[in-house]
Write a protein that binds this ligand. Structure first.
Ligand code: UD1
Length: 427
């Protein structure tokens, strides 16, 4: 059996939606919990496939991992009995690379199936490896088995200057270095909200990490950390997806449980395109209200590391801009091959030309429904945005990618007046 989404498009989104915990923070924080050496309670986790996969991976290694309620997980690493993480679930998700830093820090050893995940061009982990080696780990890639092995009798603090800004390498090095002897200084690091969230979680465990959210992170290693309770931040990318979908359907949506400062690059571009956005605080949480009348104006986007426009929202934003009243240019600076959604959008009537990392979009009056295929998680989000705004029925295939990162997507959109049905069909 395989599944697809059937979307009856052209309905204005209206109402209120609540954002879930951040996927990219959760997928680092769950493996990071093994560093505590004691039980951790993780709250506000999103109900997504990647979280389930990590639960399965840690359980298979001997940890006791249970959901105590919907969004709350208890991770007890005390019974972990193996450093072997070479089974298929590990290579199925890219973020399993966080087991490298976490297991090295906690147990001084790990063997990991090399990560897979979304198909968005080559995604090396050379910066992770360079950093771990600088801490004194022996890291060896066994290409015949597609496995990376890392071992260190003792991790020692070091100064590491990353050749490029990498979210994954920044977090992996924080994980390992918080148990290294002495001080580690990480330079040219990522500043994304989930980097700060992971640092806050590690500090709650007793780590000493300063500077997360700036270009330089200083970590004073500790012999021992301890268990704690921690609530994950709201998802910046899910928030942006609902903001864009609200504008794309000429809707009026209140998005709750958000951190407006994380959204500034997206808010600025939506405002430039003609949307109205109001930030508010209802006394319990922050919200954003996004309202749009008529066609957007074209805008130019260049993806960049935080606080720039996030690459993960480039694809949904492009779907929105396909029906702009003027032209747009989108430059993808982070990943080499992140335009897989373009040929699917063209099937819906979009006019987009691509040259290397630049896409030029000539706005058309409207999109029409089509049978289209998501090839990665955020391409999936883009096709959902396109289907919601198009006339007629859109079938979005590749639902398994979307399930990796969006909690209850069809329920949340349908509560806003959309019509999305998950359909099972014979292969
Ligand atoms: C993370 C996010 C992903 C987001 C991306 C960029 C998670 C789980 N995933 O992915 O959603 O799209 O950040 O914001 O948080 N690179 C190297 N060598 C390395 C590491 C990275 O060349 O060792 C390159 C990558 O190929 C890419 C760029 O650096 O071109 C940025 O990658 P990175 O920030 O590491 O992304 P991820 O951590 O994989």
């Amino acid at each position: 059996m395989t599944q697809y989404y059937s979307i009856q498009g052209g309905r204005r989104l209206e109402g209120t939606v609540t954002i879930s915990g951040a996927k990219n923070a959760a997928v680092a924080i769950i493996p990071a919990a093994v560093l505590a050496g004691e039980c951790c309670i993780l709250e506000n986790l999103p109900a997504i496939q990647d979280v389930q996969t990590l639960k399965h991976i840690l359980s298979r290694m001997g940890a006791q991992v249970d959901f105590t309620r919907g969004d709350c997980m208890r991770v007890d690493p005390t019974a972990i009995h193996t450093v072997d993480a070479t089974f298929p679930e590990v290579s199925a998700m890219r973020a399993s690379y966080y087991l490298l830093g976490a297991m090295l820090g906690a147990y001084g050893e790990v063997e990991l199936a090399l990560p897979g995940g979304c198909v968005i061009g080559p995604r090396p982990i050379d910066q992770h490896i360079k950093g771990l080696r600088a801490l004194g780990a022996n890291v060896y890639i066994d290409e015949s088995r597609n496995v990376v092995r890392a071992q260190a009798s003792k991790l020692r603090g070091a100064e590491i200057f990353f050749d490029l800004v990498s979210v994954g390498a920044t977090i992996n090095l924080m994980l390992a270095a918080c148990k290294a002897e002495g001080q580690t200084v990480l330079q040219n690091v990522a500043k994304e909200p989930h980097v700060v969230d992971v640092a806050n979680f590690l500090n709650m465990m007793g780590a000493s990490i300063k500077g997360a959210g700036t270009d330089v992170i200083r970590i004073q290693g500790r012999k021992k950390l301890h268990g704690c309770s921690y609530a994950v931040i709201p998802d910046q990318i899910e928030t942006g997806t609902y903001m864009i979908a609200a504008a794309a359907t000429r809707g009026d949506v209140i998005i709750k449980n958000v951190i407006p400062t994380h959204m500034e690059a997206i808010t600025a571009k939506l405002l430039e395109s003609g949307a109205q956005i109001v930030e508010g605080d209802d006394g319990r949480e922050f919200y954003l209200r996004v309202k749009m009348d008529g066609r957007p104006r074209g805008v130019n986007i260049k993806t960049a590391v935080y606080p720039g426009f996030p690459t993960d929202l480039q694809q949904p934003m492009m779907a929105y801009l396909t029906t702009a009243s003027s032209n747009s240019v989108v430059v993808e600076n982070i990943f080499e091959n992140r335009f897989n959604h373009v040929k699917e959008l063209r099937k819906m009537g979009a006019s987009i030309s691509v040259s290397k990392r630049t896409a030029r979009i000539r706005g058309v009056e409207a999109l029409r429904g089509a049978d289209i295929h998501a090839t990665d998680l955020r391409a999936g989000a883009a096709l959902i945005v396109a289907g919601l705004s198009a006339s007629g029925e859109t079938k979005v295939r590749g639902v398994e990618y979307i399930d990796r990162g969006y909690e209850h997507l069809e329920h949340k959109f349908n509560a806003l007046g959309a019509s999305i049905t998950r359909i099972e069909e014979e292969m």
